[in-house]
Design a protein around this ligand. Structure first.
Ligand SMILES: C[S@@+](CC[C@H](N)C(=O)[O-])C[C@H]1O[C@@H](n2cnc3c(N)ncnc32)[C@H](O)[C@@H]1O
Length: 291
């Protein structure tokens, strides 16, 4: 590796664009700093990054990914199906972001197989507008959404009632005006409910304490950079800091008289939610039933 050189963020984005032959924006570089992939240097009031860090990052990951996979699997790999050009905002566009669901595939993948284009890999097209697609494991409904966009009818089946609910919410027709006024009414009722308890003050003070604690012991991005470079043992460090924070947390729980456990321990909602979260859920359900 050559002698190190420092770049401003803008210079880094220009250098990286030339180096990997793809558009690397200023915010891509900021992202690498934020997530501890490369180190941030403060020089003369401006943020700089090191060329060696960038080289290491692109060699270890992005730049060589396609080549590595082709070596491991086959030259005949359809790299278009990696969809690496899409940003997270595009792979979770519009309704796909309605509810977090880690097991979903991205809409672009579904579109690739459903739409009418053909390429070296997809030589035939299978569906046209008006056809019916069945997804027997529909999860959060990605197939149904993409089919609908292409004018294809879709049926989804899923063993999980909750996943079916997520999927259905994405494709049924909503009365938007009614929906909006309901959301507004319920949000107002919930806000009033929360402010009628001491929880809002508890959370505000806890957030402030956590902010100061994290800034001190887990400064971003330095902490992430040290973790990636194995300069810190995450588990040991985390355990030590948890012990340090516990007395602060306990003092606030006592001060605001927060009940951590519920009276019963039978259902999922009893088991996993603090008493006050449970009260908030009950408040929302009561409001929903009022309509
Ligand atoms: C990986 S997820 C599918 C995700 C989906 N492609 C999406 O984009 O959201 C698999 C789904 O299969 C469902 N599943 C598993 N076994 C099933 C079964 N026997 N019958 C129906 N659905 C089932 C699960 O509940 C889960 O939602």
């Amino acid at each position: 590796m050559s002698a190190d050189k420092l770049f401003t963020i803008k210079e880094a984005s220009e250098w990286a664009t030339r180096h990997i032959g793809k558009d690397v924006t200023v915010s891509n570089i900021s992202y690498l700093i934020q997530y501890g992939r490369i180190k941030k240097f403060d020089r003369y009031g401006s943020t700089q990054v090191s060329q060696n860090d960038l080289l290491q990052y692109y060699e270890s990951y992005n730049g060589s990914r396609e080549i590595n996979y082709k070596e491991r699997i086959s030259e005949d790999l359809n790299w278009a199906l990696s969809f690496e050009q899409y940003k997270e905002a595009e792979t979770t566009k519009h309704v796909h972001r309605l509810h977090p669901y880690k097991g979903k595939f991205i809409p672009q993948l579904v579109e690739y197989f459903l739409d009418e284009h053909a390429d070296r890999f997809k030589k035939e097209t299978y569906f046209s507008a008006g056809d019916i697609v069945l997804d027997p494991f529909s999860g959060s409904g990605t197939t149904m959404v993409q089919a609908s966009e292409l004018g294809i009818h879709a049926l989804g089946i899923d063993i999980s009632a909750f996943n079916s609910l997520i999927g259905n919410c994405k494709v049924i027709q909503h009365d938007i005006v009614n929906l909006q006024s309901e959301i507004y009414r319920i949000t107002n009722a919930l806000t009033n409910f929360i402010y009628s308890t001491n929880i809002a003050q508890f959370e505000a003070e806890l957030t402030k304490e956590l902010y100061e604690f994290n800034n001190h012991y887990f400064p971003v991005p330095d902490y992430k950079y040290q973790l990636r470079n194995k300069q810190i043992n995450e588990e040991q460090y985390g355990n030590e800091k948890e012990k340090l924070f516990m007395p602060i947390y306990k003092r606030l729980v006592k001060k605001y008289d927060v009940r951590l456990l519920q009276n019963q321990n039978e259902t999922f909602l009893d088991k996993w939610f603090l008493q006050h979260i449970r009260n908030e859920i009950d408040c929302v359900f009561t409001e929903v039933k009022k309509n």
